[in-house]
Design a protein around this ligand. Structure first.
Ligand code: PMT
Length: 404
């Protein structure tokens, strides 16, 4: 891939591993491609590579500590966090990864990473046992779940003499991963993508509610992927324990009516809406102001219909691409097609929520996409992040964004 990095400010973090020398080539290649490169060396990194090398290669002063005299910009230390379009840490040692996983900020690199809103890429490199250690694996997973991109280490002969996984990939491979991000980032630039996720609830009284099994994973994956493609991504989230996705403006709601209000507010200037939320179709007619006390005999609750948000959008749509989901337990295709037509959608993502590996809560899904012209695409068991990418590919196509 031959990318133009002009106008991009990249913060290159180097932590203390034997592979730190490869970061010199990474900095050099990025600068040659037109990026503005700023380097932060941890204290341990300075045992392997020198500040002088990176100063010459990047053409910028190098940050080596929290307390050095700042002569090159007149702002506080988190200036770097603000100016970066992207942060790349290569190599990322087990120690650095552990510190990031718990949110420590005891040096310039960890402080900057904690403060930045820019996308963060980590390229772990270490001894294979350290890499495979469950603690390191858990830390990496936690960071991934928080939206950091992990560039997996390669296998081969390690500096410690052993063979195994843990080598820092070659600079060109690392840069191609990062370039892939910048490429995708352009695709939805200037487009507003509205996503809903999670379940809405129907409160009964101040302590009880009727809810559903949605975790929010499917919709959060779509919102985060849209942000990574450069969209102005807005997520209206029902109940979900997930943290706000990186780079996404997240609005939290609980009930269907609250979701409807938030969605209608964001809808007019949206370019596409992807409704992955599991929306409560009914609400409790009379929500009690106080906790309902237990009494003898049975109890029944009267439910009334909630508005259908997606149907409302289908009626109001002007230029927006509308994507719905269909969560079914039987007659998947028939019911999904009916929803596609009735709600005036561009396409619908149908998932049989009884199939193992599909639907609620897990990391994976199995889906069929049904389009207005009757075309059907089948997707096998895949990560929800992968399905999110496939959905956005179609949204891009329908928006014509990919052709600009
Ligand atoms: O969140 P996860 O745990 O990752 O699970 C993912 C998921 C199973 C929730 C997701 O893949 C999914 O299928 N979401 C849609 C769930 C649903 O409510 O489907 P439905 O067939 O009842 O509704 C059809 C469409 O209309 C959906 O896009 C829904 O958001 C929308 N709808 C439904 C009812 C309503 N009152 N208003 C709506 O907008």
């Amino acid at each position: 891939m031959d990318m133009d990095w002009k106008g991009k400010t990249v913060l290159l973090g180097v932590s203390g591993g034997i592979a730190a020398y490869k970061a010199v080539e990474i900095a050099s290649r990025m600068r040659k491609a037109g990026a503005e490169v700023h380097v932060i060396l941890t204290r341990a990194a300075q045992e392997f590579v020198t500040e002088l090398t990176f100063r010459e290669i990047s053409g910028n002063p190098v940050n080596t500590g929290m307390w050095e005299k700042v002569t090159h910009w007149n702002v506080e230390h988190i200036a770097l966090a603000r100016m970066a379009d992207l942060v790349l840490v290569a190599p990322a040692t087990a120690n650095l990864i552990a510190k990031l996983a718990v949110g420590m900020a005891d040096d310039m690199l960890t402080t900057t990473i904690l403060a930045t809103h820019a996308p963060i890429f980590l390229a772990p490199a270490m001894n294979s046992n350290m890499f495979r250690n469950p603690v390191t694996q858990k830390n990496i997973k936690d960071l991934q779940d928080r939206g950091m991109e992990i560039i997996p280490p390669s296998s081969g002969h390690l500096a410690c003499g052993a063979d195994g996984v843990g080598r820092l990939p070659e600079p060109v491979e690392i840069l191609s991963r990062v370039e892939g991000y910048f490429c995708k980032a352009g695709a939805l630039q200037g487009k507003k993508i509205l996503v809903t996720a999670g379940g809405t609830i129907a409160p009964i009284d101040p302590v009880r509610f009727i809810g559903n099994r949605s975790s929010g994973k499917m919709g959060y994956a779509v919102a985060e992927a849209a942000a990574k493609r450069g969209a102005d991504a807005v997520l209206v989230s029902g109940v979900s324990a997930l943290p706000d996705p990186v780079g996404v403006r997240t609005i939290r709601v609980e009930t269907t009516e609250e979701m409807l209000r938030a969605v209608l507010e964001e809808f007019p200037d949206s370019d596409a809406v992807i409704k992955a939320a599991a929306v409560a179709d009914y609400r409790v007619k009379q929500v009690a102001g106080q906790k309902i006390k237990k009494s003898e005999g049975d109890w029944s609750i009267e439910l009334v219909r909630n508005p259908d948000i997606l149907h409302t959008l289908g009626q109001q749509k002007t230029h927006q691409v509308l994507v719905g989901f269909a969560a079914e337990t039987q007659n998947l295709m028939e019911y999904a097609k009916r929803k596609l037509e009735k709600k005036n959608l561009d396409f619908i993502v149908a998932n049989d929520v009884t199939a193992p590996g599909a639907g609620f809560q897990g990391e994976t899904n199995i889906a069929r996409m049904i389009f207005r012209d009757g075309k059907v695409e089948e997707y096998p068991l895949m990560q929800k992040t992968e399905l999110a990418a496939a959905i956005l590919d179609h949204v891009e196509r329908l928006l014509g964004a990919g052709m600009e």
